[in-house]
Design a protein around this ligand. Structure first.
Ligand SMILES: Nc1ncnc2c1ncn2[C@@H]1O[C@H](COP(=O)(O)OP(=O)(O)OP(=O)(O)O)[C@@H](O)[C@H]1O
Length: 263
């Protein structure tokens, strides 16, 4: 469903600030794969998502979605196929619009311009049904402005907006990191349910190794622009946080000095 072939991304090439963010990364996600991505700061995780989303173009390599070469397509040209939830709960929703207007916008995402916009009675019913799955009572607040919601409620809504129109690829960029532990847990549970319910092909970046092991069907570890570990469902189910730390330690050579991995 999603294929990255030998993808390289270099920032400030040929200057003293040159940064090889991705170095020959090859990754294939089959339909329904839910891959969690971990790695130290600057490992290339966000760049990987940006390349998949079309926010960035690779210097070399190819990106394929559902058999179609999309390497040259910008993010808005992939909008029908790719949905994304960011770390910042404010990023995925429009605060001055109501819950139902936000959902209507997401519903129309990537559809042809000729389609009627706005909220019809049928859509309102659909939105209420979808909101009820969040179990946050938002189905009774369809006309509330999104800016009035808490960070956790807003992130749950962002997740719903990204998933209910069933994109081919779902990209989650540390989407629980800015929430308190209880809300992070809720959004993690909602993520697992939505991915399962819609059978979504998903890439999720997280700094939380325990979460990376618990969620998803496959785990990828990155370091210095490369994939250094790729665990399938079976290997992932047996792996522990100390195992992951050990792998990371091995690649870094002299002991673990990146505390951001320790969560
Ligand atoms: N827009 C950019 N311009 C210049 N350099 C960049 C840009 N984006 C990323 N980089 C560099 O590319 C490398 C990979 O960054 P990236 O953000 O992908 O890492 P990451 O694994 O997501 O890190 P973190 O966990 O800290 O978010 C880093 O060296 C970073 O400084």
């Amino acid at each position: 469903m999603l294929r990255l072939d030998d993808v390289t991304k270099i920032f400030f090439a040929g200057t003293a600030n040159e940064r090889a963010a991705l170095q020959g990364v090859t990754l294939t996600l089959e339909p329904g794969d839910f891959v969690t991505v971990i790695g130290s700061n600057g490992a290339g995780k966000s760049t990987l998502l940006n390349i998949a989303a079309g926010k960035l173009r690779p210097e070399t390599g190819q990106v394929t979605i559902d058999g179609k070469d999309v390497t040259a397509l910008a993010d808005h040209q992939r909008a029908r196929d790719v949905a994304r939830v960011f770390q910042d709960p404010m990023a995925g929703t429009a605060p001055h619009m109501t819950i139902e207007e936000n959902l209507a916008m997401a519903y129309e995402r990537g559809k042809s311009r000729g389609l009627r916009r706005g909220v019809t009675a049928a859509k309102r019913q659909l939105f209420a049904r979808e909101l009820a799955t969040l179990e946050l009572g938002l189905e009774a607040r369809l006309k509330a402005k999104v800016g009035m919601l808490s960070g956790g409620q807003r992130q749950a809504l962002s997740l719903l907006m990204a998933t209910f129109s069933e994109p081919k690829i779902l990209l989650l960029d540390e989407h629980t990191a800015a929430l308190d532990p209880q809300r992070a847990e809720l959004v993690a549970r909602l993520t697992a349910e939505a991915v399962e319910r819609h059978h979504l092909t998903t890439l999720m970046v997280t700094h939380n190794m325990e979460q990376a092991l618990r969620l998803g069907t496959r785990l990828v570890m990155m370091h210095a622009g490369r994939i250094i570990l790729d665990l399938d469902a079976e290997a992932k189910s047996r792996a522990t946080v100390p195992d992951l730390l050990h792998e990371f330690e091995k690649i870094k050579g002299a002991g673990l000095d990146d505390r951001t991995m320790l969560q």
